[in-house]
Design a protein around this ligand. Structure first.
Ligand code: PLP
Length: 522
């Protein structure tokens, strides 16, 4: 595409475009114009390709000011459709006004949060799903949409080492794609409460739920949505369990809290364990949590539902050598992870596996006349509408299927292993510099580090690093333990698809340069 200046683009008005159309009120395009799709998709793919190629040289984040993008757009929507003739202009606007105003999550030097992976087959999967445009809420509304999802979630369960009882072929289990890990937690909290009430008919107000102080904030959000809490600090029915010295949930403390609640007539019904916390990547011990839940069940008659949130770390279990923290997983009720974080699948894609699908579907099922059909009534099919909040669902399994076919288990293993190796190398570099410390164990490809000079110095460091925009990191505060006070740390999360070893080395150079500026005398 020829380079066009800002001024040229602005000169090309909507009226110019409309002038080319025979009758602006009756656009010549049909609604599903396959030929136009091909032409426009080719142009859109060119844009994506240019964008991917530009990521090497772009700053990772944008210097845009609040309101700049909003003001660059017209005050009102076009009254008369601009039709296909406007498409190239739309692409120019995207490239000129929108792309520079983004944080480039696919940059090879994006080490913030947890990276959100994409890959060519997954992008094509999104396109195919959009183009095919089915709704798979019931098996009957698009059988392949349901059955491909059942098959790929079964594949995934095997790939990450979950027992057969989480497969759709087991008597009671199965997998489903949810949008996000947050939605999975909400659905599981809801199912847990439903199961507890059904078992002993207890009033809602007696039920309590638990997670560690290091669990993701989506646990509290789910508690707020489902009525366990009215605000984030409402601990009447929610307990945040203190961490141990590894920043994982203290199972001993969980046990104490649950037994104390049970002694006061409350019914602990839900525990959210985390494998790979957002702050430090710590993993709660499933076996000890399950022991505590069994003991509690002997007192109350209700076994708390254990949900495992492995949003980020779950992808690493594709490597057999990473599965130590899965010990005891056969004793949990549900397990969710996000292939959209670290398995080359575009957002959104959270895979949730349950051992007791009936408690979930029972808690969600409402069947108006218009959803009745013979297949459902036969009891022989899975209707995913009862596995989550939304009714409608797109053919999201396609992108997962394409990614797994494209890379294979070995290719995905190699991908994850490489990131872990990069993180090991980064950790060694940090440890070798006497100004720095690594205050908690590296978890897979996540390294937390800090300046020994203290929190203020670490805060200046991340501010300086992120202001230069050559790399991007996020910060967190590690909680206090019996051995250490709470500490402000920087997080280096390796996991973007384009990241190579040299990007990690460059990140370390960048961090060192910024540290030199803060501590010239060290
Ligand atoms: N759980 C953990 C451990 C996370 O790290 C995150 C996000 O980083 C989430 C849940 C929320 O993920 P989602 O955006 O899929 O809801």
């Amino acid at each position: 595409m020829a380079a066009t200046s800002r001024a040229d683009i602005r000169k090309c008005t909507d009226a110019d475009i409309l002038g080319d159309m025979q009758d602006p009120l009756r656009p010549t395009d049909t609604y599903l114009d396959g030929a136009m799709l091909e032409r426009h998709a080719a142009l859109a793919c060119e844009l994506i390709r240019r964008y991917w190629e530009s990521l090497e040289t772009r700053q990772v984040s944008s210097e845009i000011k609040p309101g700049d993008v909003y003001r660059s757009m017209p005050d009102t929507a076009p009254d008369i459709g601009l039709g296909g003739a406007s498409f190239e202009e739309s692409l120019r606007i995207i490239e000129r006004d929108f792309l520079p105003a983004l944080t480039h999550w696919q940059s090879p030097r994006f080490f913030a949060f947890f990276p959100a992976n994409i890959s060519t087959p997954a992008v094509i999967g999104e396109l195919l799903s959009a183009g095919i445009g089915v709704q798979g809420m019931l098996w009957a509304t698009s059988p392949a949409c349901t059955e491909v999802e059942m098959r790929v979630t079964d594949w995934l369960a095997s790939m990450i080492g979950l027992p057969e009882s989480f497969h759709s072929t087991s008597r009671h289990g199965g997998g489903v794609i949810q949008g996000t890990a947050s939605e999975a937690i909400l659905a599981m909290l809801h199912a847990a409460r439903h199961r507890a009430r059904k078992r002993i008919g207890t009033p809602k107000s007696h039920l309590t739920s638990y997670a560690s102080t290091q669990a993701h904030s989506s646990f509290i959000k789910a508690a707020m949505i489902s009525g366990f809490a009215s605000h984030p600090e409402d601990f009447e029915h929610v307990r945040l369990v203190e961490n141990d010295d590894r920043h994982a949930m203290s199972a001993a403390r969980l046990r104490e809290l649950m037994l104390a609640d049970a002694a006061q007539g409350r019914i602990p019904c839900f525990v959210c364990a985390t494998l790979g916390t957002t702050s430090s990547g710590a993993s709660d011990e499933l076996e000890s949590i399950a022991d505590a839940c069994d003991e509690c069940a002997r007192l109350t008659g209700v076994r708390p539902w254990i949900h495992v949130d492995a949003a980020w770390l779950g992808s690493a279990f594709i490597l057999p050598e990473m599965r130590a923290s899965l010990r005891g997983v056969e004793r949990v009720d549900s397990f969710a992870f996000n292939p959209h974080k670290w398995m080359l699948v575009n957002f959104d894609c959270d895979c949730l596996f349950v051992q007791d699908r009936e408690s979930l579907t029972d808690s969600m099922s409402v069947t108006p006349e218009y959803l009745r059909n013979a297949a459902t009534e036969s009891g022989d099919v899975t209707d995913y509408r009862d596995w989550h909040v939304p009714l409608g669902r797109r053919f999201r399994a396609l992108k997962l299927w394409l990614v797994i076919r494209h890379f294979g288990v070995r290719g995905l293993q190699e991908y994850i292993r490489r990131h872990i190796e990069f993180a090991c190398e980064f950790e060694a570099l940090v440890r070798a510099d006497p100004r720095f410390e690594v205050p908690c164990e590296r978890s897979a490809s996540l390294v937390c580090f800090a300046l020994k000079q203290g929190d203020a110095a670490s805060k200046s460091l991340i501010e300086r690093v992120n202001t230069r925009r050559n790399i991007m990191l996020t910060q967190t505060v590690l909680p206090a333990t019996t051995k250490s006070a709470k500490k402000f740390v920087l997080r280096m999360a390796v996991g973007a698809a384009l990241t190579r070893r040299e990007d990690v080395l460059r990140a370390w150079d960048e961090i060192r340069t910024c540290a030199d500026e803060i501590q010239p005398n060290c």
